[in-house]
Design a protein around this ligand. Sequence first.
Ligand code: ADP
Ligand code: ASP
Ligand code: MG
Length: 405
Amino acid sequence: MLIVQKYGGTSVGNCERINNITQKIIKAKKAGHQVVVVVSAMSGDTDKLVQFIQYFQHTDYPIPNPRESDVVLSSGEQITRALVAIALESQGYKAISLSGKEAGIITDGIHTKARIEQIQTDKIINLLQEDYIVIVAGFQGATTKGATTTLGRGGSDLSAVAIAGAIQADVCEIYTDVDGVYTTDPRIEPQAKKLDKISYEEMLELASMGAKVLLNRSVEMAKKLNVNLITRNSFNDNEGTLITSEENIMEQPIVSGVALDKNQARISISNLNDEPGIAAKIFESLSAHNINVDMIVQTIGRDGKTDLDFTIPKTEIALTQQILKDFSHLYDQIDCDYNIAKVSIVGVGMKSHSGVASSCFSAMAKENINIMMIGTSEIKISMIISDEYAQTAVRALHKTYNLDR
Ligand code: ADP
Ligand code: ASP
Ligand code: MG
């Protein structure tokens, strides 16, 4: 078999742990498989690199040079990919590590959140044929002109799935610090249950709504490229969670999981001119800068004015505020609320069941939690609440839908 194994930050958090994961890699190699390993930076390292860059950020320089930022951000994975190769070699195995660029990962030029356009697989394939274990730095790629790019936080999952798809691997195993995908973050709700299987659709919603066990874009790509995706624990041999198509799952509960996202902020624009085309202009401008707007609420107009609220990732606040300055002649004031959380319930069973919204809102009411914004899709309900109630809300929803059973 051809196997891609991805190891996250905690799994390569220090040299001892790197030694530890080589056991899994060697086991697969000894079983006769070809193995490509994708690694993250040591846990906490990318956060530190972000802080280095932020040190130079100020009002007159709100967005540090994205090209140079990517050189800094990608450096964490440069260390781990080489250390894994050294660790394998030290045990007598043929191993070689590649940067994203060397591995042929070609991206667009949108620094710090680049998209993979193509993977030139010949180098990886040739090395596998020469019997090497190939280790690739996750989270990074390069433009056709050779500039280093990064794929956005959590991007190593995407590197792994994209490589697995491109080389047509039999399986892509994502090794992390929990046993697999749970009904909710097991660090928030100890009663959370590990799922044996989950559909691509539900996993995509959970990941998009904050379950960071998998990056949403990696799930999307796995679905598109038909990659067999499994999440497992790098610290034990327990069976993980298979992410698969809906048809392969016999019985669907109404709600499969609860997700929490504390990385969003709410922007409120008050007394915005209530005329056709204004919202279009604002959101076009945000999208031109690749800012992902999630929930949007506009109040009913009064005296030609309206209030517009929307949520964005906290990391985009400076850029958003900068962009909105261009429209300052159209509104009175902008406020930014950092202290929000988004809680969501996800389940394909919602498609065919009514009353899910009401039980979800009742669960919040029982805990006296005020809902500030609501967003829905066919298989999801999301609510923005004050972040001080985040954990209470997750646990209440988890219980409401009997996910602890
Ligand atoms: P890695 O560094 O291996 O990529 P992450 O920290 O990105 O690991 O993702 C793993 C973490 O995701 C877990 O430690 C867990 O706290 C969190 N998590 C959030 N929601 C879930 C969920 N539904 N199931 C499992 N883990 C979850
Ligand atoms: N090291 C990067 C991050 O922390 C990528 C990853 O871990 O997936 O975001
Ligand atoms: Mg991750």
